[in-house]
Write a protein that binds this ligand. Sequence first.
Ligand SMILES: Nc1ncnc2c1ncn2[C@@H]1O[C@H](COP(=O)(O)OP(=O)(O)OP(=O)(O)O)[C@@H](O)[C@H]1O
Ligand SMILES: Cc1ncc(CO)c(N)n1
Length: 288
Amino acid sequence: MTNSRAWARVLTIAGSDSGGGAGIQADLKTFQELEVFGMSAITAVTAQNSVGVHGVYPLPVEAVVQQIDAVLGDMGATTVKTGMLLSPDIVACTVEAIRRHRPEHVIVDPVMIAKGGSPLLRQEAVDVLRGELLPLASVVTPNLPEACELLGIERDAIRSVADMVKTVDRLLALGPKYVLLKGGHLEEYSSENDALSSKEAIDVLVGPGLAEPVLLQAPRYATKHTHGTGCTTAAAIAAFVARGRSIPEAAREAKQFVTAAIAAAGPMGRGTGTLWHAAHRQLQMQRS
Ligand SMILES: Nc1ncnc2c1ncn2[C@@H]1O[C@H](COP(=O)(O)OP(=O)(O)OP(=O)(O)O)[C@@H](O)[C@H]1O
Ligand SMILES: Cc1ncc(CO)c(N)n1
């Protein structure tokens, strides 16, 4: 039994995915699985399923601000996670709210494009995200195309683990404390890939206390059902950080959590199926 005073609290500021696999829904499922109390400020409602994003309905900026202020002004959260922010106005109001409330940890998932290609961050919002939000981040968790966009380089410029290792310091120079560069998309470049990255899903972490970039490695599963992997990774980092782990510890534990969820993923609808967020329970049972 726990008592509510002891619950670690996390606020996610992100979009709603009606399909339940990404966005706010993935975040809250992950928070609950990892035993932290999850709260949400919704930035936009998407009509989304396994096939794609069929509609995007932003909330008014005042509605986003009111949700954040209502939660952080009363219940409080040590940790804020951001996901789909869509517009320059929503990014700017999120930045202002973070400056006002000063949470201890800010986990920024710089969500830009859904797996099917729909934009979840407008092009004109990239500058404010890069210039204003990243310097507030405890950790930023770009995938490969997002990292390229943040650096203003060709969308497919990072094509191998060696390229990832070469790039992370430039992302760190944008101002976040840590960078976790996720390598899920490396498979798209498999013909010219280093042998390792077709067998393993490799992410690269840099930041204080790490003498050199650290590779987080896990088996790569031959599945197309990977909707929500990025949201789930950042949400798990947020949960572990809220429970007192350092960013490097949280990143390692989040990697195990998301890997288990991908291993258990399955078809759901006609397109890209989703992760199973409860899969880590099996791991815990095997350990105990
Ligand atoms: N097929 C796979 N098998 C195992 N791990 C994977 C696989 N695909 C991605 N991952 C891992 O999942 C995590 C998320 O990385 P990814 O690069 O897919 O994020 P993303 O593109 O932001 O996801 P999404 O856009 O679906 O939210 C990383 O730890 C990555 O290494
Ligand atoms: C609402 C939302 N946020 C993030 C993603 C990225 O996976 C998505 N597909 N939908």
